[in-house]
Design a protein around this ligand. Structure first.
Ligand SMILES: [Zn+2]
Ligand SMILES: [Zn+2]
Length: 200
């Protein structure tokens, strides 16, 4: 029986635990979900909710003045953000993976997931970021149950065949160009100062 329960934990068959929260760390029902969201008390992964604001968020492909935006500019904006995140977060520990959602639904839009090598590093980052602001908005940060991003990611999106678009329930992870991979462009030495939106 215990074995059976373990095998259905966090799956669609699990009537108690929410499969979306378990796998993706976010569920469209939020606190009103009829199934349990087991918030971890410690985890190597942090979720920074709705952290990335794309420049064309009102209308895809348009800036806030209604002007058409170059796809290259949009991608550059994203990569600047990614670097800024990487630089700041790597002050607290070794980053295993840093993922930014391209989904559009409220509970996933702009979500940043950072997985550290050690839980203690995630705990240090959580403590340091709580109460701070980024780009003028308060940072909402918490431990996340997600540790397997392959399980959480939409495979069709990776193959450019997801027909659910931005409202897919699985992560659509935005890619950075290979020339901008953080290891190639960033030093992780402490004391390096972040350039953009961070505020104490
Ligand atoms: Zn749920
Ligand atoms: Zn998808």
């Amino acid at each position: 029986m215990a074995e059976h329960l373990a095998s259905i934990f966090g799956t669609e068959k699990d009537r108690v635990n929410c499969p979306f929260y378990f796998k993706i760390g976010a569920c469209r029902h939020g606190d009103r979900c009829s199934r349990l969201h087991n918030k971890p008390t410690i985890s190597p992964t942090l979720l920074l909710s709705n952290m990335y604001q794309r420049p064309d968020m009102a209308t895809p492909g348009m800036d806030l003045n209604g002007q058409t935006m170059d796809q290259k500019k949009i991608q550059e904006h994203f990569e600047d953000f990614y670097e800024d995140m990487f630089e700041e977060l790597s002050k607290y520990g070794e980053i295993e993976s840093l993922n930014v959602c391209d989904n559009l639904a409220d509970h996933m839009v702009g979500n940043v997931y950072v997985q550290f090598r050690e839980e203690e590093e995630a705990a240090a980052a959580l403590k340091a970021l709580s109460g701070r602001f980024y780009a003028g908005r308060p940072i909402i940060v918490d431990f996340s149950p997600v540790t397997d991003f392959r399980e959480a990611t939409c495979r069709q999106y990776e193959e450019n065949t997801c027909n659910r678009g931005g409202y897919c329930n699985f992560m659509h992870l935005r890619r950075i160009g290979s020339s901008r991979r953080p290891s190639a462009t960033l030093s992780t030495s402490s004391g390096s100062c972040s350039r953009r939106g961070w505020r104490r």
